[in-house]
Design a protein around this ligand. Structure first.
Ligand code: MRU
Length: 343
């Protein structure tokens, strides 16, 4: 698979995930506003990928500034625009904080040096993400026995990261180690990241995948057809409460009822130590049209009242373990996660 996002001749190029699996189209962003719009409209999505896109967005915005501009003012504007794109993914803010730190450390070096340093930082965030996912995958692969069926929700794969994926990275790592693994993918209403993206990328890697609608998971679990669940995360509070795509919480409750292990796979940059539990995680509410329509086609009355929270929070008590690049965090999650982030 080509990378999800990259820098090319002063532009940020990314695969347009809204068009998948029908068409493989790439968007070239020539300013940070285009990058911000791509994040808001889900052309690029998934917490780590959003972070990488925002970092490149800052580098792109600054690359277009001319000498003599009010640099502090211009940087703050670019940074704020990207900061406001999506509220839930911790990785967005983590990446933007890294970019701001580089800006502050480059004070007085001149515009040309600043541009170089910001681009180098964005490229580092991009590169590191793939390495982290490989490590996380390796750690998590030990949890999958050959012959297992893994249920996943949404898309926490290569498309949702700089490459390799988190939840799907664990599956990939198990397959690379010779294990036989089958994935059951929830379609993930409203915008169908499971049906469109998870199925697409697993099929490309020839990893067996079966698509179900979201309301079929309980049936398959009750029949003993699911061995474990692995999902990604948008933000993890200090106690392990985890925000992920809407519907994840329901899957976790079902998994507990059926005594099926429920794993979250995420880089430590997803953990928000500033939040003591999940109640403080900001949950994005998106346009009602995503619920009223499927792929643009109206499926209900055009003006019916709808709710569209994009994420829900799975309480830590439903989570068997969190798979990270440092290792597998088991309950009590606060202790293991906190120690890894501080050291
Ligand atoms: O709205 P999305 O598609 O950005 O939501 C994505 C998810 O919920 C993913 O599971 C999460 O970001 C982890 S991606 C490795």
């Amino acid at each position: 698979m080509r990378p999800v996002i990259w820098w090319k001749n002063g532009r940020v190029v990314m695969i347009d995930q809204r068009q998948l699996p029908g068409r493989e189209v790439y968007i070239e962003c020539k300013n940070h506003e285009r990058v911000a719009r791509a994040i808001e409209t889900l052309a690029i999505r998934g917490a780590p990928a959003i972070g990488v896109a925002a970092a490149y967005g800052v580098a792109l915005g600054v690359s277009r500034l001319k000498g003599g501009a009010d640099l502090d003012g211009a940087f703050a504007k670019i940074h704020k625009r990207l900061w406001r794109t999506r509220p839930t993914a911790r990785n967005l803010f983590w990446a933007l904080e890294r970019m701001k730190a580089v800006y502050e450390k480059s004070w007085g070096l001149g515009l040309a040096a600043l541009k170089k340093r910001l681009l180098a930082e964005a490229a580092a965030i991009d590169r590191e993400d793939v390495m982290i996912n490989r490590k996380l995958g390796r750690n998590g692969s030990a949890l999958i026995k050959s012959g297992s069926t893994v249920l996943t929700h949404c898309n926490a794969g290569a498309l949702a990261t700089a490459g390799y994926g988190t939840a799907l990275g664990v599956v990939r790592a198990a397959v690379e180690r010779g294990k036989k693994v089958r994935v059951v993918a929830d379609e993930t209403r409203p915008v169908l990241q499971g049906a469109r993206l998870t199925v697409w990328e697993l099929a490309r890697d020839r990893i067996p995948v079966t698509l179900i609608t979201d309301n079929m998971a309980a049936y398959l679990m009750a029949r003993g057809e699911i061995d474990l669940v692995i999902v990604g995360a948008d933000r993890i509070a200090r106690n392990g409460d985890t925000a992920n795509k809407i519907g994840t919480y329901g899957v976790a409750v079902l998994a507990k009822e059926h005594e099926i292990p429920f794993y979250v796979a995420a880089p430590l940059s997803t953990v928000d130590l500033g939040l003591k539990d999940g109640s403080g995680i900001p949950i994005e509410e998106r346009s009602g049209d995503e619920v009223r329509r499927i792929r643009g086609k109206l499926i209900t009355l055009p003006k019916v009242d709808v709710r569209n929270p994009a994420f829900d929070v799975t309480p830590a008590k439903y989570i068997t373990a969190i798979i990270t690049e440092r290792g597998i965090a088991r309950p009590p999650l606060a202790r293991s996660l906190g120690a890894w982030i501080r050291t």
